[in-house]
Every structure is written in structure tokens, then in C-alpha cells.
Design a protein around this ligand. Sequence first.
Ligand SMILES: Nc1ncnc2c1ncn2[C@@H]1O[C@H](COP(=O)(O)OP(=O)(O)OP(=O)(O)O)[C@@H](O)[C@H]1O
Ligand SMILES: [Mg+2]
Length: 266
Amino acid sequence: MGATITLDFITHRFRAGGAPTLENIDNRIEAGERVALIGRSGCGKSTLLHMLAGLLLPSEGCVRVNSHQVTKPSAKWNMMFQKPSLYPWMSVQENAALGLLFAGQPKQEASARVSELLDKVGLHDKKDVNVQSLSGGQQQRVALARSLATDPEVLLLDEPFSALDAFTRSALQEDVPAICGARGITMVIVTHDIDEAITMADRVLIMSQNPGRIVSELKVDLPWPRNSSSQEFQTLRNELMQRFRDTDDGLSGRKSQPEPAVRRVV
Ligand SMILES: Nc1ncnc2c1ncn2[C@@H]1O[C@H](COP(=O)(O)OP(=O)(O)OP(=O)(O)O)[C@@H](O)[C@H]1O
Ligand SMILES: [Mg+2]
């Protein structure tokens, strides 16, 4: 079962006395909710996700998971980074099973569980090969199977699909929220991609930059799996784009930067 995450007035400065990278981030993510965090490059999305994972402590405020203050990482929360971190001397199957083995699961059970997930992420014919012989996108899928194998309470994803081809990305954009939904895993995904956010989330949080704040949020009340060519999807896409423009106008009085990526899922 997923966990509730509370962001309690988080402010963060990388340098004491310097300008805040994050300011007054205040939000609550319900157990089992799937949330997308979108914002421009450098606005502080990864910084915030690292805080949710317990990898970084805020200068002010705190993160609470099920009311307990997060002060260090937990085996119950898994994070997938922009680049996969795999052990290069191990096979696909061994890498994917690591979390389960660390948690004390017998090797045979771990193998069966991981095998099922590797099928799901399209690596059924790669289980015994060394991860070094895989492409970047295939390696990222191993990392995803490993993240899901332990049935985490919370799954944190930092632009996990940026290295994948369009077809695999599209399949995983549908599969990952479905798996999280079926198991009640609380999911937070960081992305630049508005379509990805609408495809994967129950709610989208929009961040401003300098300092990073959550300036707007939008509920995605569409049936699963999401249909990116539906009228309702397009309406939400336009609404999110408009909110981005409003954020920029509100902050700087002009649209000084390129708009975030808008890509139809193929
Ligand atoms: N360890 C650090 N020390 C100092 N500054 C940092 C550190 N990590 C990140 N920053 C700065 O904090 C800001 C936010 O960085 P962060 O990586 O969270 O952005 P992001 O929104 O994830 O960007 P992107 O979309 O490009 O991944 C950036 O200006 C970055 O340079
Ligand atoms: Mg980042």
C-alpha cells in the first residue's frame, strides 16, 4: 500500500545565505496518488525529488511520509534517476533482482518475480545477458523493473523515459501508472513533457523557477489509459500550456524562454 507524502513548507538553499532554489513548497500527496511535477530545466524538480527520497534535507521545512519526518532514504521508497545506475558486471536478471535479494527474498522467488517484470518492460529475451551489452533505453528498463520488483510504497521517477524510443516510452507511460494504480503505490514523476504528465498522473503540479515554487496544480480527471487524441486530453494540454505562460508572465513580465516540450505520444 502506498504512503502519504507531505511537503511541509520546504525552502532550500544550496549555499547558506544564498538565494533559495526551492521556496515554501507546501503540498500533500495522497497514498496511491500519481503526481507529475513539471517545470523548466533548472527550476528544482530533481532537488525536490531527492528530498522526497531522503537523499537531501531541506534548509527549512520538512518532508513527511505517513506523518514521519524523512531524514534518510528508506528501502520502501524507490527512486529511478535520469540515468540508470546498474552493476556493469551483472546480468539483467541479477541487476533487477538486487532489491529483492537485499530484502532477504529467496533467490528462486526473486527470479520469478523479476522475470515477470522483465517481460512487462520488454526484456524477455535479454534476461541472461550482461547489462553492458544493452542500449541506454534497455538499461533504463532494467532499472524500472528493479524499482518495481520490491513493491515500494513510493516510486519516484526523474525523467525516466527520456532515453527511450517513442514506442517503448509510450508503452511504459501506460504501464507504470497502471502498475502503481493496481498496487496502490504512490508515484511522483518529474518531467518536462506535458503529454507525459497528463498520460501518467492523477494530478499535475507546475513549478516556477528562481525560486522553485509550486505555483499551480491541475487534476487530470480522465479515464485510464489516457487517450492523447481525445478532446478532453487536448483541453487539458492547452490549459497546462496556458498556466506555464501565466507563470512566466507573472514572474518576469515577458516570455523570455522557449516553452516546455509538448509531444504527442505515438
Ligand atoms: N549540489 C548542488 N549544489 C549547488 N547547486 C545545485 C546543486 N544541485 C542542483 N543545484 C542547482 O539547483 C537548481 C535546480 O537544480 P535541479 O537539478 O533540481 O533542476 P531540475 O529542475 O531538475 O532541472 P532539469 O530539468 O534540467 O533536470 C539549478 O540551478 C542547479 O544548478
Ligand atoms: Mg532534473
